[in-house]
Design a protein around this ligand. Structure first.
Ligand SMILES: [Zn+2]
Length: 342
């Protein structure tokens, strides 16, 4: 990418009320069948247009085509029973009733490839597509078959690799794997988490990213953050191995977070999507606040490798707030771009 400081979002954007109940996370669809298919595509067009209007450089579908960043993918796989539910603790944080792995997992057909082709038809801009990472996938399931987190992660990595290759062929420029679980299971991350992620990107020629965050602005996450102390050093555990990995881009939460910015030094050489928009508040950042975060990050990441982004997805926010935040991201990046080229 030749443009300095290309902007993008970490993931989801709000859905229109005719598609799903607004300002609610993982909200169920308001339509079904053919009507739902058409509504998802209309919403994708609107979401894309809003990103373009705000001046976002690397655009996405705003995750208008999925209800949940992990389960929508898993719903399309064989070997998982959505009727047989068990209660597990997600990311060591909150209990949830989750589907069970009941047999060998496989992907009978592609999951998001048609949606990605549709997005590709709508724009010539670089496009980014998000998939769940293997470790975050296994953390959202009860495994009654493999009975090994690691074994199941390797199986998912193979499946993700099949999907990623088809997304690449559909014209996706950056494939992003969402791995919030990397901020929790440090031993597993280093033991097999990063290795399974590398299996998921094997043979890809497009760029690849991993998004590691402190989650949406929901209560379970804000309560958890309150227990983390004055400095959030979770990234420190995974960064040295990620720096050595084949992943091109690392997407991080930096705005209003207690992550010490100098941790980014540990991934020097990688491209860094710096979260400069807080998704856990309705307060819209000023462009100057965004610029300030980017300037701080520039101490630890070379300018040609800095990608301004949001901390996480914005699905639970109002459309108006999300629009304002996209515009602030764009304007803040522009301030720093001018400083860099002056
Ligand atoms: Zn996130």
């Amino acid at each position: 990418m030749k443009l300095l400081l290309p902007t993008s979002t970490a993931g989801s954007l709000p859905k229109p009320s005719w598609l799903a109940e607004p300002e609610k996370i993982w909200s169920p669809w308001a339509l079904e069948g053919e009507q739902l298919l058409e509504a998802k595509r209309d919403a994708l067009r609107v979401s894309l247009q809003e990103q373009q209007h705000a001046g976002i450089d690397i655009v996405s579908d705003g995750e208008q085509t999925r209800q949940h960043f992990v389960t929508t993918f898993i719903e399309h796989l064989d070997g998982v029973d959505f009727e047989k539910r068990e209660t597990v603790k997600i990311r060591n944080r909150y209990d949830a009733s989750v589907p069970s792995v009941v047999g060998a997992v496989s992907r009978p057909k592609s999951v998001f490839v048609d949606d990605a082709k549709f997005l590709r038809q709508q724009t010539d801009q670089p496009i980014k597509w998000a998939l769940p990472g293997p470790m975050t996938m296994i953390d959202t399931l009860y495994d009654g078959h493999y009975k090994s987190r690691e074994k199941l992660a390797w199986e998912f990595a193979k499946i993700l690799n099949q999907e990623a290759k088809e997304l690449e062929a559909a014209g996706v420029d950056i494939i992003q794997f969402d791995e919030p679980a990397f901020n929790v299971f440090f031993y597993d991350v280093n033991d097999w988490g990063i290795a399974t992620l590398e299996r998921a990107i094997e043979g890809l020629k497009c760029e690849t990213a991993v998004h590691i965050c402190y989650g949406y602005g929901i209560k379970a996450n804000t309560d958890w953050k309150n227990t983390l102390g004055s400095e959030w050093r979770e990234y420190e555990k995974a960064f040295p191995k990620l720096q050595q990995s084949k992943i091109d881009i690392i997407s991080l939460e930096c705005q209003n977070s207690r992550v010490p910015m100098d941790l980014i030094e540990l991934i020097r050489g990688k491209k860094v999507m710096v979260g400069a928009i807080d998704v856990a508040t309705n307060t819209i950042e000023t462009p100057e606040e965004v610029a300030d975060t980017l300037r701080k990050a520039l101490q630890f990441v070379d300018a040609d490798k800095l990608y301004p982004a949001t901390n996480c997805g914005m699905a639970p926010l109002s459309r108006q707030v999300a629009r304002g935040k996209l515009a602030a991201l764009s304007a803040g990046a522009q301030i720093v771009r001018q400083e860099l080229t002056a």
